[in-house]
Structures are given as structure tokens and as C-alpha cells.
Design a protein around this ligand. Structure first.
Ligand SMILES: NC(=O)c1ccc[n+]([C@@H]2O[C@H](COP(=O)([O-])OP(=O)(O)OC[C@H]3O[C@@H](n4cnc5c(N)ncnc54)[C@H](OP(=O)(O)O)[C@@H]3O)[C@@H](O)[C@H]2O)c1
Length: 258
């Protein structure tokens, strides 16, 4: 740490959201400095209050990560101020094709690609380069179980998360011999604003606090990939093993949104 303080510094992006907020509350304790990022300053400020009552010190940053050069510059500034030990990239957008559209709107495809893939990947790369220099640190990227399947009603969401999944695995291999860890988290449904927005049944939905605790456990164990809850890991295997015509039929039979 370059501040001379014994504190552990944890960065949480998407801290104004359901999962990011739960992660911040999970880690809030004396001896921890939390850098909480998001756009909604009111929610960040309320969260900061809670984290401070648990003994953590907190700084806030409201920014739109769609401006990737600005987000990367902010990340470097954050790390210069005090080295980040654990970076949890929990921002993201969930959206699906409108029932009336045959194909996703190009604007939606571009937005999801930037927020769910390009921005977190660029920030993780910037973070990893700095952690490699000091030979320590861990990065957590939040993918989705949707990345395992070619969802016809959510091509941009499943595609952006699939991109992040592959990026995370490649980054992990690239930096592990330099003392830096990368953990990919692939959750099923989480009971947050984004999760509740998904129409239709949401089997095995987890509470954000439970997901945060499982992520912390995966970090503690230095896991490469955490899929939660576990039946989604079985579905992933199933998707890989099924012959394409059968898999296509199954995916097409999934209930369309509406
Ligand atoms: N909920 C689920 O069922 C589920 C399942 C699998 C994976 N995930 C993933 O888990 C992560 C957290 O999602 P969540 O469920 O907690 O959703 P959420 O409650 O909607 O929170 C999303 C967070 O991302 C931030 N964000 C979105 N666009 C941003 C932008 N342009 N610039 C900066 N921050 C931005 C939001 O900030 P503001 O609110 O301040 O705008 C918010 O803090 C996401 O990556 C999501 O894809 C969620």
C-alpha cells in the first residue's frame, strides 16, 4: 500500500446496484478502505453511511463507465491514491429484446457491449497491469450464467457476458505467474433491480447478500471461476454436450419475453 496505512483497499464498481452494494456491505469492516463507484450518488452516499458504521473508511466516485478512457483514467487515479488490493467489477446492464422486435435494437447491442464487456475488460486490464508491477492483487469480474447459452431473446446480453467470460479466463492465465489472481463469477438469477426486470420465471433466484458471501469465499480460496447456484454449472455442461440441432430446439423453446 502506498499510503503507509495498514488498510486493505477494495474497489467496487456498480456499488450503487444490488450486488455491488451487497459486496460493499459484506466487506465493510475496520481496517478496510472501500472505494465505491457507480452513477447514482444518492445511493452511493447511503451505502457509504452503512459501511462507515461498520468501521470501514469510504470514498465515492460517481462516473459513467461508458466513457472508457475516463473510466480507465479514474481507475489509475484511484490506484495512485492508494493501491487497490481487491477490485470487484460489479457494474453491468441487463436487457432483453422487446417482444415486438424480431432482432435486438442496434443501440441496445452497442450499449450492452460497452457496459458489460468493453468497459470492465479495459478497466480490468489497467488494474491488472498495475497489480502485475507490484506482484499482488486480485480482480473479480462478474459475468453471468447467461454467457453459457446462446439466448435468442438476449443475444447482446449473453454475447457481452460470454466475451467477458473468455476475457477473464485469458487474463487470469496471463497474469497468474506475476502474483495476480483473477476470479470470474457467473451467477444465475439475483434478486436485484436488474434481476427482477427479467420477465418470466427466475428459478433458484439468490439474494444479493448470499451471492456477495459466496464471491468473498471464492476470493478467499483463490478460485478461477465460481458458478452459482451450482445447477447452472450442470446446465452449462449440458449445453456443451448436446448436439447442435437439439440445443437449438431447446433454446428456441425457451419462453419469449413479454
Ligand atoms: N441480477 C441478476 O439476476 C444478475 C445475474 C447474473 C449476473 N448479473 C450481473 O451482476 C452485476 C450486478 O448486477 P445487479 O443485479 O446488481 O444490477 P443492478 O442492481 O441494476 O446494478 C447495476 C450497477 O451497474 C451500474 N452501472 C450500470 N451502467 C453503468 C454505467 N454506464 N456507468 C457506471 N455504472 C453503471 C449501476 O449504477 P447506477 O445504478 O448508479 O446507474 C449499478 O450500480 C452485473 O454485471 C450483472 O450483469 C446480475
Amino acid at each position: 500500500m502506498n499510503s503507509g496505512s495498514p488498510q486493505l483497499k477494495i474497489l467496487v464498481t456498480g456499488a450503487s446496484g444490488g450486488l455491488g452494494g451487497a459486496l460493499a456491505r459484506h466487506y465493510a469492516a475496520s481496517g478496510v478502505h472501500l472505494a465505491l463507484w457507480g452513477r447514482n450518488l444518492r445511493r452511493l452516499t447511503e451505502l457509504a453511511e452503512t459501511c462507515r458504521t461498520r468501521g470501514a473508511t469510504v470514498t465515492l466516485r460517481s462516473l459513467d463507465i461508458a466513457d472508457i478512457p475516463a473510466a480507465v483514467a479514474a481507475l489509475i487515479e484511484e490506484d495512485e491514491a492508494r493501491s487497490v488490493d481487491l477490485a470487484l467489477f460489479a457494474s453491468g446492464l441487463g436487457d432483453i429484446r422487446a417482444a415486438t422486435d424480431k432482432v435486438e435494437d442496434p443501440g441496445l447491442v452497442a450499449r450492452l457491449s460497452v457496459i458489460n464487456f468493453a468497459a470492465p475488460a479495459a478497466m480490468a486490464a489497467a488494474m491488472a497491469a498495475r497489480m502485475v508491477d507490484r506482484k499482488s492483487g486480485r480482480i473479480v469480474l462478474i459475468g453471468s450464467a447467461a454467457a453459457f447459452h446462446a439466448l435468442p431473446f438476449a443475444a447482446a446480453y449473453s454475447g457481452s457476458k460470454a466475451g467477458l467470460t473468455r476475457f477473464s479466463e485469458a487474463l487470469r492465465l496471463g497474469v497468474r505467474e506475476h502474483g495476480v489472481g483473477v476470479t470470474l463469477v457467473s451467477p444465475g438469477f439475483i434478486d436485484t433491480a436488474a434481476g427482477r426486470q427479467v420477465p418470466g420465471p427466475k428459478p433458484l433466484m439468490l439474494q444479493p447478500e448470499e451471492v456477495a458471501a459466496r464471491i468473498a469465499q471464492a476470493v478467499e480460496r483463490g478460485k478461477a471461476h465460481a458458478v452459482m447456484p451450482w445447477p447452472f454449472a450442470v446446465l452449462r455442461l449440458f449445453d456443451r454436450l448436446l448436439p447442435r440441432p437439439m440445443r437449438d430446439r431447446l433454446l428456441l423453446s425457451l419462453a419469449p419475453p413479454g
